[in-house]
Design a binder for this molecule. Structure first.
Ligand SMILES: Nc1ncnc2c1ncn2[C@@H]1O[C@H](COP(=O)(O)OP(=O)(O)OP(=O)(O)O)[C@@H](O)[C@H]1O
Ligand SMILES: [Mg+2]
Length: 333
């Protein structure tokens, strides 16, 4: 059921990459919603399809990738049906992207402020010089950057400052949703936290929503409102972050959460190897079954549908069985 706060709904999105050996189904029937003013975390190991799924949402997929099917509904429009011009107007102004590696792809020959000015003027036309300068300085203030960087070039800034400059750019046109793809991953641990805090502050002050893609479950736990777990092109679970950490419903979420280290309780590392199958030839049934400690015969037969096993906690796993009163219980095996 559609949540009243939903601002964006992704329904059964499929994005494939053509390869000589067949299609890689990098995003294979992914459905989720994003709600007003929330940070939705998207986690999953490298290659699980996080960038592809959000690239499908923002229509940034290029050859050999293609959007095969699905719906991405924003303000009751399916934006997968938008033409290029409609999509161009939507980017930055409603949906902004901080791409993976953004801070390293800032234009080295332009000052940060000139790059932000470019974004603004491309969408809104020529601006009064003083007003534009004031507006950019205000963006810097919002993300905690000092005004003195106004005339600096990317190479004169630290990694954390560059990343904040990318955040400043993403909020320049007041979007309703920002996709931050691994915005903290290349940074030192302390700087990662500072940048994540900046996103949290922006979320609160501007009431903008984020999809925050990352690997670090510990960092996610501190900033996101809900968490979505991806594995090999599919979403396995989506839930509020407290529910997910206290009682993960999917065995894979359990493993991910279990592997968050704490000093007081040194945990054995239960799982480390990557996705075990060839992505062009995924297993039948459940995509996770080759690595699942609880795999049963049913898991090889059908792909488990996403079901709401607790309020607002959805999981795709055959361990959960519907009872006569309509509630779900997890089988013990
Ligand atoms: N251009 C491409 N051609 C073929 N396969 C691709 C291409 N781009 C991505 N893939 C495949 O799609 C799958 C998902 O990749 P994607 O980059 O979306 O994962 P990710 O979760 O963002 O990973 P990471 O954490 O490393 O950024 C991977 O199996 C990858 O090899
Ligand atoms: Mg990625």
């Amino acid at each position: 059921m559609r949540n009243p706060d939903t601002i964006l709904e992704v329904d059964d999105l499929r994005v494939y990459y053509a390869t000589p050996q067949g299609d890689v189904k990098a995003c294979d029937g992914v459905s989720f919603d994003v709600r007003a003013g929330e940070i939705l975390g998207l986690v999953g190991e490298s290659g699980s399809g996080k960038s592809t799924a959000t690239g499908g949402v923002l229509r940034t997929i290029s050859s050999p990738g293609r959007i095969v099917s699905g719906r991405v509904v924003l303000d009751s429009d399916d934006i997968l049906e938008y033409n290029d011009e409609q999509m161009r107007r939507l980017r930055w102004s409603k949906l902004a992207l901080i791409p993976q590696g953004a801070m390293n792809s800032l234009n080295p020959t332009m000052t940060i402020s000139a790059q932000i000015a470019d974004v603004i003027e491309t969408h809104e036309g020529r601006q009064d010089e003083d007003a534009l300068r004031e507006r950019i300085l205000e963006l810097f203030r919002r993300v905690g950057l000092p005004g003195r960087i106004y005339s600096m070039y990317p190479h004169e800034l630290s990694g954390g400052m560059k990343q904040r400059a990318c955040i400043a750019m993403s909020i320049a046109l007041d979007p309703i949703l920002i996709v931050a793809d691994e915005a903290t991953s290349a940074l030192d641990v302390v700087v990662q936290r500072v940048v994540a805090q900046t996103m949290l502050k922006i979320k609160r002050e501007l009431n903008v929503s984020f999809i925050m893609i990352g690997h670090d479950m510990g960092l996610m736990a501190q900033v996101v409102d809900r968490l979505a777990v991806m594995y090999s092109g599919q979403l396995l679970e989506i839930a509020g972050v407290e529910d997910m950490f206290e009682s993960p419903a999917h065995p894979y979420s359990e493993i991910l959460i279990d592997s968050v280290p704490t000093l007081t309780e040194r945990k054995s590392m239960r799982i480390n190897e990557g996705i075990t199958h060839d992505p062009r030839n995924p297993p039948s049934g459940c995509i996770f079954r080759l690595r699942c400690p609880f795999a049963m015969a049913a898991c090889a037969e059908t792909r488990p549908p996403m079901v709401e096993v607790r309020p607002d906690q959805l999981v795709a796993c055959h361990l959960w069985k519907k009872t006569e009163d309509g509630s779900y219980v997890r089988q013990s095996v």
